[in-house]
Structure formats: structure tokens, C-alpha cells
Design a protein around this ligand. Structure first.
Ligand SMILES: *[C@@H]1O[C@H](CO)[C@@H](O)[C@H](O)[C@H]1NC(C)=O
Ligand SMILES: *[C@@H]1O[C@H](CO)[C@@H](O)[C@H](O)[C@H]1NC(C)=O
Ligand SMILES: *[C@@H]1O[C@H](CO)[C@@H](O)[C@H](O)[C@H]1NC(C)=O
Ligand SMILES: *[C@@H]1O[C@H](CO)[C@@H](O)[C@H](O)[C@H]1NC(C)=O
Length: 418
């Protein structure tokens, strides 16, 4: 009897233990399941292209040099900010080397003077210029300062052949080609040369990005309107886009698409991605190119014309458009939107009308009245340029500028009134 009792007890205990085991196994597998769900939900969504947050966090360290910033990016992306409303900023990049500090600051000033939406500036510059940019921009009045953020970046090249790039090409001249690879988390960018002046808000040209069809990935203006004085069609020793080539001084890029696209080319029968195409292109054409990166862009879009959105000349208005008489038709009607004083015309006496606009913006005091302190002095100095063709076309320089100024004054009045 006792023996039976012992056996029964033993059985009960064993059953209890095995039951406990099963329950604990079940529980732990359920926990694993929960964890997996949590991990999946928390996973950074790698299809997002908004990287403004990363750039704000680690200025100057993004891109090719980086590597350590990924965790920060994951955290930021999975946070609530990443799911917030659409980015309404215009992202503007410039590459500044040599004696270009003041000119670049004047370009940036023109961008903040007329824009109403927030801006982010990506300033790529030689190390010696970094402090100059930071100090100048930080010294702008608080009311202006709240409308933009900026990051200052060193000139960098892909590690593999950095030396080769620096040797083959003036480092600053080719930096712009690498922006899609350096700012690799950024969706879109407007790139401008340092000698650009915005005469209307940056968001207006930014808005052209949304007019891209599904194959467009960049936008530029023609190099010339008038083939008889065109440069590429008369002198180029390499392929170029369209009838007269394109000018890269003002360029919109959908970098998401640039990074994804496989480009047709005349070096291999296979298509190549952006990061693969640049070096072979330079190797093949280095002896034949004159205008640096602009020539390489012309070669690329020659072979991939469906990828380029061409915007009209008033978005990139140069001395060529008026030097022998006005040949930018759309500017006749709507005025100049973006002025491009190439070949140094802001700093010499060859095209005094261009110089007059540059100096008027440079001298305008922040917070001053645009009518009294910008437009009137500018019109006065333009009066003395009518001995040149561009001077005679200078009403086109102020046509749009007046509207931009009036709109800013109106906003200022509303703010003060209310
Ligand atoms: C600049 O950055 C700060 C901090 O990230 C942010 O709060 C502010 O909205 C940004 N300003 C603009 C104009 O983007
Ligand atoms: C470079 O220019 C020369 C002279 O015009 C031409 O013969 C050569 O084919 C060009 N090279 C390339 C790669 O197009
Ligand atoms: C750039 O292209 C990507 C991929 O087609 C698209 O999702 C994104 O909205 C485009 N960016 C802009 C500013 O239009
Ligand atoms: C987009 O427009 C270009 C002309 O700018 C054209 O060549 C191309 O075929 C268009 N792409 C599509 C998908 O319609």
C-alpha cells in the first residue's frame, strides 16, 4: 500500500514538473515572438530619404568620411520626428574655394532676403574658409538667422581614388559631382555656383522638382540661347547635351534618383551607376574637357537626355544673354529670376550692370527697407550702365526683383501691424 502511495506521489510530482516545463517553454516562445514584433516595428525604414535630421546632428561628418553616424540615424528615423509632416525646406549647396568667401555670403544673403520658406545651406569649402563662413552666418541678425540652418563641410572625395581626383582635377571644380554620394541621405538639392544671386525666393525654383516626370533626375538651363555664339556647338571636343549644351551654374538634383539610375554611356556596353561612371568618364575625357564638371555633366546627359529637365534661361541669366543684345526671350516677359555673374563680372568693370546688382545686395543692411535701401540705390547705379547692352536690358534685372521686394515688405508690414 505504502509502495503504491510512493509511486503515485512520484508520478504526480513528475507530471507537475513536466507541466511546468511545458508552460515555461510556451511562455518563453511567446516572449520571443513579442520581441520579434518589437524589433520589426523598430527597424529603421530604409526606404525613407529624409536625412535632414542626421545632417543637423553631425555637421561636417556626413558621407564619405563617416561611418559611425548610422546608429544616430536609426534612432532619429524611428523617432516621432521622422514620421512628422513633409520637409518644406529648400536644400541649397555651394562649393567655395579660394577668394570666394564674400561672394558666396552675398549669394546666401540673396537667398534669405527673398525666401519665405526655411532653408538649409550645405557649404563645401576649403578648411581655411570654415571659420569665416561660420562667423559671418552666425553674426546675421536673429530674425534672419531663424530662417535657415547651415552645415560646413570639407572638400572630400571617395576614399578609393581620392588622390587621383585631386590630382586630375581642381579639387573644388569636381566636388559638386560627388554631392549625391556625400549627402547620401538627402533626397534633393539645388546646387549653385558662388556667383549666383537669387532675385526671387529659393522655394520657387525648388518647386520645379515637383514638375519632374518619372525619368527626370536633374534640371539645368541651356548654355546658350543663340547657337551662333554658343561655345559647345562651336568648340567642344566631347559630346554635349542638346543643341548648345547645358550650364551647370544652377542645378536641381533629385539625388535619390541619381543614386538609383543606371546611366547609358560610351565607355562600356553596360549601364553604370553614378558612383561608377565618374572615374572612367574623367579618364576618357580629361584631355578634352575645358569647363570641368560642367563638361562631364554634358557628356552624361548627352547619353541620357530623357533624364534632364531643362528650365528656361531666366533661372540662370548670364552676360551671354545680353552682351550682344538680349537673347533670353522668357526674361523679356517675366524678368530675370536668378542672375549668374560668371567670368568674374561682379568684380571687374566689363559688365557694370551685373556688378551693380551684386553691390546693391551686398550693401543692403539686414532689416533695412527694400525700397529705400535696395531698389532705389540699384536703379540709380543701373542708370550709369546704359552704354552697355546688358545695361540697356537692366530693367529685366529689376523687374522680378521689385516684385520679390514688394512681397517681403508686405509681409513685414503685416507682421508689424498684427
Ligand atoms: C534649424 O535647426 C533647429 C534645430 O534642429 C530646428 O529647430 C529649426 O527648426 C531649424 N530651422 C530651420 C529654418 O530649418
Ligand atoms: C578628343 O579630341 C580629339 C581632337 O578633337 C579627338 O580626336 C578625340 O577623339 C577626342 N577624344 C574623345 C575621347 O572624344
Ligand atoms: C525624388 O525622387 C524620389 C524617387 O522617385 C521621390 O520619391 C521623391 O519624392 C523625389 N523628390 C522630390 C523633391 O520630388
Ligand atoms: C520626360 O521628359 C523628357 C523630356 O524632358 C522626355 O524625353 C522623357 O521621355 C519623359 N519621360 C517620360 C517617362 O515621360
Amino acid at each position: 500500500m505504502r509502495c503504491y502511495l510512493h509511486a503515485f506521489l512520484l508520478c504526480t510530482v513528475l507530471t507537475l514538473f513536466s507541466l511546468l516545463y511545458v508552460v515555461s517553454q510556451l511562455a518563453s516562445s511567446l516572449e520571443d515572438g513579442d520581441e520579434r514584433v518589437v524589433r520589426e516595428r523598430g527597424l529603421p525604414d530604409s526606404s525613407r530619404h529624409d536625412a535632414g535630421s542626421l545632417l543637423r546632428k553631425s555637421p561636417g561628418l556626413v558621407g564619405l568620411r563617416g561611418g559611425g553616424g548610422d546608429q544616430e540615424l536609426d534612432r532619429e528615423r524611428s523617432g516621432p520626428a521622422a514620421r512628422g509632416h513633409a520637409d518644406e525646406r529648400s536644400h541649397l549647396a555651394v562649393v567655395a574655394c579660394g577668394p570666394r568667401l564674400e561672394e558666396t555670403l552675398t549669394m546666401l544673403k540673396s537667398a534669405v532676403l527673398f525666401s519665405k520658406k526655411p532653408l538649409h545651406f550645405y557649404i563645401f569649402a576649403e578648411d581655411v574658409l570654415h571659420d569665416g563662413f561660420r562667423n559671418a552666418l552666425e553674426s546675421w541678425p536673429r530674425t534672419v538667422r531663424t530662417r535657415f540652418n547651415f552645415t560646413v563641410h570639407p572638400i572630400t572625395f571617395p576614399k578609393e581614388n581620392a588622390k587621383e581626383w585631386k590630382k586630375l582635377f581642381k579639387p573644388c571644380a569636381s566636388q559638386r559631382l560627388f554631392l549625391p554620394l556625400i549627402l547620401k541621405e538627402l533626397d534633393s538639392l539645388i546646387y549653385v555656383d558662388t556667383d549666383i544671386l537669387f532675385l526671387r525666393p529659393v522655394e520657387d525654383i525648388w518647386a520645379l522638382l515637383s514638375q519632374f516626370n518619372s525619368s527626370h533626375l536633374a534640371a539645368m538651363a541651356p548654355e546658350h540661347e543663340e547657337p551662333r555664339i554658343g561655345w559647345y556647338n562651336r568648340f567642344a571636343r566631347h559630346p554635349y547635351y542638346g543643341k548648345t549644351g547645358v550650364n551647370s551654374g544652377v542645378m536641381l538634383m533629385n539625388m535619390t534618383r541619381l543614386r538609383e539610375k543606371f546611366f547609358k554611356n560610351d565607355m562600356t556596353p553596360v549601364t553604370l551607376q553614378w558612383e561608377e561612371i565618374l572615374m572612367p568618364l574623367l579618364q576618357k575625357y580629361k584631355l578634352n574637357i575645358t569647363w570641368g564638371d560642367q563638361d562631364l555633366l554634358n557628356i552624361i546627359f548627352h547619353h541620357n537626355p530623357e533624364s534632364l529637365f531643362v528650365f528656361p534661361c531666366q533661372w540662370n541669366y548670364r552676360p551671354d544673354h545680353c552682351i550682344y543684345g538680349s537673347n533670353c526671350q522668357p526674361a523679356e516677359q517675366q524678368g530675370v529670376f536668378i542672375l549668374h555673374g560668371n567670368r568674374g563680372v561682379y568684380h571687374d568693370d566689363k559688365q557694370p550692370a551685373f556688378r551693380a546688382v551684386y553691390e546693391a545686395i551686398q550693401k543692403f543692411p539686414f532689416g533695412g527697407d527694400m525700397e529705400a535701401s535696395l531698389l532705389r540705390p540699384l536703379e540709380a547705379s543701373l542708370q550709369s550702365t546704359t552704354h552697355t547692352y546688358c545695361g540697356r536690358a537692366s530693367h529685366l534685372f529689376t523687374k522680378r526683383l521689385k516684385e520679390s521686394a514688394a512681397s517681403v515688405r508686405q509681409d513685414a508690414a503685416t507682421v508689424q501691424g498684427g
